[in-house]
Design a protein around this ligand. Sequence first.
Ligand code: NAD
Length: 292
Amino acid sequence: LPEQEAFDIEYWLLEEAKLLRMPKPKSLAGRVALVTGGAGGIGAATAERLLREGACVMLADIDAGALDKARDGLAARHGKDVVRSVQMNVTDENQVIGAYADLAVEFGGVDILVSNAGIASSAPVEDTSLALWNKNMDILSTGYFLVSREAFRTLRAQDIGGSVIFVASKNGLAASPNASAYCTAKAAEIHLARCLALEGAEAGIRVNVVNPDAVLRGSKIWSGEWLDQRASTYKTDKEGLEEMYRQRSMLKRSVLPEDIAEGAYFFASDLSAKSTGNILNVDAGNVQAFTR
Ligand code: NAD
């Protein structure tokens, strides 16, 4: 190489090396996320993931005590200025509207919604009361509608696009024994996401779905009635259920809240800038496997 060219190359390589050593800018810096059901489980893990990428996060949950604990824990790790919380029932229209008003005051708006607040219920169809059916529809389908409708109103007004993520369930795609109300409500969430993806596309509002398989560890759902009913349906205990789900999956691995959080982060960030109306099954390969 001519001397000058060799010098230029060496100089360029040194500059590149310096750049590589520099801390990378955080991928969600300057963005604001609302995470419903953020007081624990998948929601809290997702909030943690988004905060690590530099987002400001508002946690929303019906459970005030758990909400305060989760907010304080996140604030201790990421700083008080970037975490807020609001007690909110996703089925209460006024409370949902109020949470977006709080977002405007606290953070000046919103860029990301993770709609995740939910329950699970199990009963054979002949034992499913109208009240149980309606509870599933209210919290899951209607709750997801209300929080995403308000997200759309805010995002359209801001006119800078945004990302809406639904934490639905693999049970919204596939039937599960003795859980028709839950499965049907989750299927409605998934179809709502498809419809909103179409409606939001022109404004740069992306809508995607993360479907967890069973996440037994860290989830409150798996400590109450749902656990008892699943255990009775499959005639085993919590450890036996976790092992059953692991064995059914292609990868033979359990799914954790942090795994779902990675999926939500992917859809929240520009990594998925060209994805909308999509479903990511975070299920260790369970949905596509016939291993039972
Ligand atoms: P979790 O119980 O640990 O967390 C759910 C949170 O939602 C709780 O903090 C709860 O207080 C809150 N919540 C419930 N009803 C609410 C309401 N009306 N308004 C506001 N907040 C409310 O459960 P998780 O496992 O973290 O579940 C999160 C989401 O993932 C749910 O939508 C659930 O259906 C879905 N999911 C979970 C699993 C699993 O196996 N854990 C599997 C598939 C889908």
